[in-house]
Write a protein of this length. Sequence first.
Length: 696
Amino acid sequence: MTALGQLAGLFRRLVKDTDTAVGMVYVLSPQDQLMHLAVLSGLPRRLAAPWVRMEVSDAVPVAEAIRERRLIWLSSPKEMARRYPRIGLIAPYEVLVVAAPLEWDDTVHGGVNLLWPAWHPPQLSDRETQALEVFRRRAGHLLGQAAGHGRALLPQAEPVVLSAQRPRQPRRAEALAAYDFAERLPVGCCSLDLEGRVTFLNTAAAELLGVGAADLLGSRPWERLLWLGDPALEDQYRAAMMSKQSTAFTVLKPPDQWLSFQLCPAADGISVNITPLPREQAAAETEPCRTAPAGPLGASALYHLMYLAATLTQAVSVQDVVDQVADQLVPAFEAQGLVLMAAGDGRLCILGSRGYDTAFLERFEGDPLASATPPAQAIRTQTPAFFTSFTDFQHAYPEAPRYKDRDAWAFLPLITSGRAVGLLVLSYDRPRPFPVAERTVLASLAGLIAQALDRARLYDAQHHLARTLQTGLLPQELPHIPGLKVAARYLPAGHGMDIGGDFYELIHCTPTTAAAVIGDVQGHNVQAAALMGQVRTAVHAHAHTGISPSDVLARTNRLLTDLNPGLFTSCLYAHIDLDRRQAHLATAGHPPPLIRHPDGRTETLPMTPGLLLGITPDADYPTTPVPLPPGTLLVLYTDGLVENPGTDIDDTTTDLAHRLTRAGHHDVDTLADTLLEHGTRTVPCTDDIALLLIHT
């Protein structure tokens, strides 16, 4: 069995032991800090679409549990709405939620999210708590083992959706008896699967609905029956599926027949009872659902679009926009394919896609806007184009290629401030009429996406410029110094286009001496980067004079106070004497380094810190001597590696030291990657990180 199959098996046991209504297991991607939905229970993939892929920084319970490495318990729907309003927007249902991280070896590898109906007690029972802890331990170990072997357990394109298991398989005679029983009932009986499609209805239900059983099987009632097309009716199905609570409503079937629908949800679908109501009784119902003309979208689509509108306001990069649009629009409009393109320099550029292979899309990459292809034509004319069938499409573009069996297309130019910045293409495997109302909604969405894409492209350009400037101020490579093995890492903050002031330097002073420097300029802007360059230059110049670390920092401090830049700088300076096998260190308010002794013992180096550089010209910087026998490892870092709001920095530094001890005697590059991975998994990457390892 694969590791993902084992994870699904463990989760199935948890769902059973806790009687969970809806459950989700997420796997954390260490490279991009994304949470990927790996296993889903109690919901169809379509309804879970908004939460298939999320960032660790997102305002959702499971992300908060991963960030803070603690259990999150929401004991009431009001608490959910107050703390996570964006979720309340698309899932305003009476549920209770618990979320918890999946950890192993002091590293978070994923998270689990469980939902119960509102009638659940306002706290977890001992049995539920124990079952959850057993799952967390076993699942964390499974994910940790996979990551340790270099095979992080990331799901494939789609999560594993657990199917409900029957207690036992009925015999043929029992199945026939159950069928006869349903047929004899005087009320209509109907069964829906998790997707809302009809799997069974008795004769009474077919007669009340006015449709043959064969015509309704395999379809969603609100899509097949026009008088059930009000989105409010589909919302009843969503509410029953999400909350796992029974719901009832009445509907007017034209011309004058009132019907009562009672939905009874379970893990594998919904049972529906349909009964006729006299006019007088229907009038007494509190809120009967009177039919209205079928809207362009069902309730699920409307929720997806509301969520898309909310998330696009927070989308920062172009990739953010691509992911959000694909995650929400594909399920909302039940498309089989999506392509998002940008227009620039007279050509098309493909930003992202779903449901297409790369080879097919490559023929459109760089396509001139002056060409006669459907994408170029839609952008050039700034006019949406809808093709309801392949015949319709072929009539307009006889030479256009067809991808597999796609049979309907929508080409939507993305227009903002009167100019087309890109194109959104949706495609379908069957003919689609694209009614006027749906075309209007799609055109409006295209405008929303265009604004988000335009902002994101500007951000990406400025972000690239900022990072290029910043990395240009850092050493391109470290000097080779006989007797030392060194490794350095720099990681920019996860979000934001401002330039940070973290820096490091290794200086070969004489044939037998070297200097190591690490620092952090206050702020995240061009001024901070400029000051960082000045500090590096000053320290580098003083290092070659052979003066003590105390004097290097004191002279640099006086320079900064004379310049009066309005920013302060932390800095750690280490002078290394290779002949005497010792180092002398001084610090200006910088986090103390870690030292791992040859016997493997690791500790935080005790030092007396001086004031930050730039505060007062007469600051003093005491020097600390440290022996460096062969096999000693010094770890210099900036506070982004250990500073976590709400957590004592001494605790996170101690955790980092423990991780260094357990890492063993690997080469310095492997150790640098290990420490960086540990830091980014345990501390939100909201600040730049600089890391310098020196091994004698």
